[in-house]
Design a protein around this ligand. Sequence first.
Ligand code: NAD
Length: 488
Amino acid sequence: MSIRVIKNFINGEFTAGESGKTYDVRTPVDNSIIAEVHEAGQAEVDAAVLAARDAMVGPWGSMTVDQRSALLNKVADRIDERFEEFLEAECLDTGKPRSLASHIDIPRGAANFRMFADVIKNTPTESFRLDTPDGTGAVNIGHRGPKGVIAVISPWNLPLLLMTWKVGPALACGNTVVVKPSEETPLTTTLLGEVMNECGVPAGVYNVVHGFGPDSAGAFLTAHPDVDAITFTGETRTGEIITQSAAIGLRDVSMECGGKNAGIVFADCDMDKALEGTMRSVFVNCGQVCLGTERMYVERSIFDEFVRRLAELAADLTLGAPDNPDANMGPLISKEHQEKVLSYYKLAAEEGATVVLGGGVPDMGSELADGAWVEPTIWTGLDDNARVIREEIFGPCCHIRPFDTEQEVIALTNDNDYGLATAIWTENSGRAIRVAEKIDVGIAWVNSWFLRDLRTAFGGAKQSGMGREGGVHSLEFYTELKNICIKL
Ligand code: NAD
C-alpha cells in the first residue's frame, strides 16, 4: 500500500509549511506505516489563525445565514458523494470495522453539518418590551453574532464525527475554525479540506494544522492570542491544561472529556434488551467510546445469569481487520494504547479480580500479529476502591458487581470523579426516572445506549466536562449573545 502524504490545510491550500518536521502514522491493524504527516510549527499555526481571522471578517462574515446554511448542506452532500473515500480513510487510521464506520462515523459526520445548518436558521432570540418613566418605553432584542476564530482540538476515537460535531455549529454560527485533529488520525480531517474547496467554502474558513499536544500544534494553537474560543474533546487531564491556557485572555472553553460510566441493570429489566445494549456499550469501537460502560451494576437476583450470558455473547465477538465482513470488533487505536489497556488487565488480576472472560492478547495470526489487538474482557469480584473500577481504561472491558437496593446502586454509581453518561435497564418507568434524576451525569439513557438526538444537550458533569453542546445549546458556546436596547 502506498504511503499517503498529509499536509496542513491553511487558507484553502495544502501546505507542508516551514517546520520541516514530519511524523509517521501507523494503522493499528498491523502497525504498518500508512501516512507521513507534515507537522505544523508556530509559523503554520500563526498562518492558519490569521487566515481564519481574515475569512471571518471578510467573505464568511459578510454572508447571510441562508448562504452559509446552503454551503454547509452542500458540504454534507459532498461527504455523502465521497462516502467511500471517507470510509476508507477512517478505517485506515483507526482500524475499526467498515460496518461500524459506515453506520456511525461517516453518516454522522455529514449529519452534523445538516443539523446545524438547520438549527441556526430556526432558533429565535429573546425580545423584551421595557416600560420607562417617560412612558415611551424601550425594546430589547437579543442578537447572536459569531464568537470569532475557534480552535477545535479533537481526539482519535471517532475522528470525523467528533470533529464535525464542533466544526458544523461553529461554521453555522459564522465563526471560522482552525482544527487540530489527533496525531493518530489525521486523514478524514484533511480530506474535509478538499471538500470545503470543492463546495466553494471561502479560503480560511476551515483550516487544519497537524501535530501533537505539548510543544507542538495543539499547544501553539490553544495558546494563540488571536483564538477567541477553544472547543476540546479528549482526556480530562488534557482539558485541564487547555483550560489553563485559555485563562490567558479569558477565552471561552467547551470541554468534552473522559468518563467511567456505569450501567445499571435492575431485576425487572427486559434481560435480552439489557444484554444487547450492554454488549454495545462495553465493546463497540473496541470500547473506545467516551460514553462506553466500564462499570456494570446488576441486581443480585439476576447477577449470575447476566454475567454468564454477557460472557457468552462477548466470547462470540469476531475480531478482525476493517475489510473482514464478519468482524464486529477491531483493534485499539495504537500499540501505545494497547500497552495502557493491557496494564489495566494486569492490574485487575493484581487487585484480585475474577477474570470471567479474556484478559490478554488474542492470537490474530501472523499477518495481524503486530496490531494493537486485545481480548474482550469481563471481570467480577473487585473491591469498590480498585483502580480498575475508578479510572478510565478506554478498552473493551467491564467489571460487573451485584447490588441489592436502589439507594445502594445510586451511591455506587455516583462514587466516581467522572460524570459523563449512564445506562439504566428497567421496565419500571417510575424507577427509571427516579434513578436517572439522582445520577450525576450529563446523559442518562433508559433501556438504550448511544441513542443520540442531535438537538439535545450533550456534555459531562464533574470531571467529564464543562458546558453543553448539541442543538440550540451549541449556540450558547459558538455565538456571542448581545442585547440591543432601543429606546422608543
Ligand atoms: P487526548 O486528550 O490525549 O488528546 C485529544 C487531543 O488533544 C489530541 O488532538 C491531542 O493532540 C490534543 N492535545 C494533547 N495535549 C495537548 C495540549 N497540551 N495542548 C493542546 N492540545 C493537546 O485524548 P485522546 O486520547 O485523543 O482521546 C481519548 C479521550 O477522549 C478519552 O479520555 C475519552 O473519554 C475522551 N473523549 C471524550 C468525549 C466526550 O464527548 N466527552 C468523546 C470522545 C472521547
